[in-house]
Design a protein around this ligand. Structure first.
Ligand code: SF4
Ligand code: SF4
Length: 148
């Protein structure tokens, strides 16, 4: 789906931090992905992601095969037009970029992760808090489930 090729938010650590795997999937994927030492789940940002494309597409885990964010579902059912779905993705990417700017990092996913940790600890500054809230709202509409 072309929407996904301009997005990658469900693979790059923005929407999720871990992907639960079925028995044997970790061994099958091997070093092509990074696995958690704790529960063996796939750690995001996913190592297999390259320029918003899954590098193990034919061999991807079952959860990845099944996952569809709300925007993608609504695009497929006709509840959203391609332009509307693309606008949601573009807004999320722009708001993530803005948060990284405010945080002073080039790595947007790292900035997001740090902002979430600082917000949870009550240490995030006002401007970054506002940027994180704007991003979280867009991610909520994109997927309706956001891991903090
Ligand atoms: S978040 Fe949605 S649109 Fe983006 S890559 Fe994942 S399924 Fe595709
Ligand atoms: S294996 Fe592919 S679809 Fe699954 S998280 Fe990694 S890049 Fe995304």
């Amino acid at each position: 789906m072309s929407l996904c090729l301009s997005c990658g938010l469900c693979c790059d650590g923005t929407l999720f931090r871990r992907v639960p795997l079925e028995p044997g999937e970790g061994a099958r994927l091997g070093p092509r992905v990074r696995l958690s030492e704790g529960d063996g789940s796939l750690v995001q940002p996913c190592r297999a992601l390259s320029e918003r494309k899954c590098g193990v597409y034919e061999d991807r885990p079952a959860v990845c095969r099944k996952f569809r964010c709300l925007a993608l579902e609504q695009l497929e059912t006709g509840e959203l037009t391609e332009d509307e779905a693309q606008e949601l993705v573009s807004e999320a990417l722009a708001r993530r970029r803005r948060l990284a700017e405010v945080m002073g990092f080039e790595d947007e996913v790292h900035a997001l992760s740090l902002a979430r940790a600082q917000a949870a600890a009550g240490l995030l500054g006002d401007e970054a808090t506002a940027a994180l809230e704007r991003l979280s709202r867009t991610l909520f509409f994109l997927n309706l489930t956001v891991q903090r």
